[in-house]
Ligand binder design. Structure first.
Ligand code: ZN
Length: 412
């Protein structure tokens, strides 16, 4: 199978992409449930769904294209409704890890907002322990395979990322109680306090229970909800050596990305789609071109990694008409550290393999660019063990990659 990547047929390329060791650094648990599981659990818990068949849900809820971000986000109301018991969280997490393993993902960081799942039966520690139980079970099963156990193939690892929300309403029992309890505070204050509480939970639960909580994230609507409102929470996470990633530049411009890195100490950026958009640089900055250039250099030099989610951006951003216009093109030109991610497997109807195919085809990536993206995913992961072990693991994944692509158009 020699020649150029672009000469390969889709099925040939998919087969190769499937095999190579991959990471997934940006996937939301509540956006990635198997639909049959959602249906099973909804029936069990008497949760009302617009349809109880997979086809029906595809037609009415989990669509190929969404009208706007609101419609996209509405899907999470259905999934979170069935994620309110320890055994359901465990099952969903287990299945998510298995689905990743089936497409050759060796390392996954699963993120979710624990405060959406806290209720009378589950405190924060129970929520995260349940998720961990499912992931750990899948990890152990995978790592018992002969070729993995004897070291000829890389192991499967995972980390857990806590998401704080830029804004929220009474989305869950916990958030409702939180809002009610702080009756003299405005929503900005309430949001910032709930983030701080979550950061404290992450640090304490990680220490006390030894769970692989590897990172802290800020998700949700960017516009009107600046990252710096969550400064205390991120300062706390930072001060306790928790890694940070922030959704930024998804719906707002370069200054939002700058703020995430400088004020919230972000090691990675979720999306970063508007990084190059000078029209989204605010009025006070006179030379907008210069600002964006400098910001890109800064991000490149610090190796701040961008978690790129192509399909998700296409679905929620009405100004992005076709994937070829995505700023990933410029990210490649600037040689930024990027990793291709799904964001949400079910809500965006995609997989890591699918997203890599999309990136390869739409941006005519060469073998070196593909390899870099894959390697950054492992290198810039918030690996849940010692640095020496991480280095060993990354090395093993690179060696395995090189072995698999040898003699194919993916060879560098
Ligand atoms: Zn996301």
């Amino acid at each position: 199978m020699e020649g150029k990547i672009q000469d390969l047929r889709d099925d040939e390329l998919i087969e190769l992409i499937h095999k190579i060791p991959k990471s997934e650094l940006h996937v939301h648990l509540d956006g990635s449930l198997r639909l049959q599981t959602l249906i099973d659990l909804a029936k069990k818990e008497s949760v009302k769904l617009p349809s109880y068949t997979v086809e029906g849900l595809h037609e009415l809820v989990f669509k190929d294209k969404y009208q706007n971000l609101e419609e996209y986000l509405r899907t999470f109301g259905y999934t979170c409704a069935v994620m309110q018991r320890p055994e359901h969280l465990e099952r969903i997490s287990y299945e998510l890890a298995i689905d990743h393993q089936h497409e050759g993902v060796r390392y996954v960081e699963v993120r979710f907002a624990p405060q959406l799942h806290i209720n009378k039966q589950m405190d924060m520690a129970t929520v995260v322990s349940s998720v961990n139980k499912g992931l750990l079970k899948a990890q152990n099963e995978f790592n018992q395979r002969k070729e993995v156990a004897n070291g000829s193939e890389p192991r499967f690892y995972y980390g857990i990322i806590f998401c704080a929300l830029r804004s929220f309403g009474p989305y869950s029992e916990y958030y409702s109680n939180f809002i009610d309890a702080l009756s003299y505070s405005d929503m900005k204050t309430i949001c910032s306090l709930s983030s701080l509480e979550l950061a404290k939970g992450a640090v304490h639960i990680r220490q006390e229970l030894g769970l692989p909580i590897v990172g802290f994230d800020l998700a949700g609507a960017e516009k009107g909800n600046p990252a710096k409102d969550h400064w205390r929470a991120f300062q706390y996470a930072h001060g306790n050596f928790l890694a940070k990633t922030v959704h930024a530049g998804e719906a707002y411009g370069p200054p939002s990305i700058f703020q995430a890195i400088t004020e919230l100490h972000a090691d990675r950026i979720g999306h970063g789609y508007y990084l190059f958009d000078t029209s989204k640089v605010n009025g006070k900055i006179k030379d907008k071109e210069y600002y964006v250039q400098e910001l890109c250099q800064y991000i490149a030099d610090r190796r701040v990694t961008i978690e790129v989610c192509l399909t998700s951006n296409l679905q929620t951003n009405p100004t992005l008409k076709k994937i070829e216009d995505h700023s990933f093109k410029q990210m490649l030109e600037y040689e930024l550290s990027t990793s291709i991610c799904t964001d949400n497997r079910t809500v965006s109807k995609t997989t890591v393999t699918n997203e890599l195919m999309l990136a390869l085809r739409s941006f005519k990536m060469n073998p070196k660019q593909l390899k870099n993206t894959i390697v950054y995913g492992f290198k810039r992961s918030f690996f849940p063990d010692k640095y020496s072990k991480k280095r060993q693991y990354v090395r093993q994944c690179i060696d395995y990659y090189e072995k698999l692509v040898k003699g194919t158009p993916l060879e560098v």
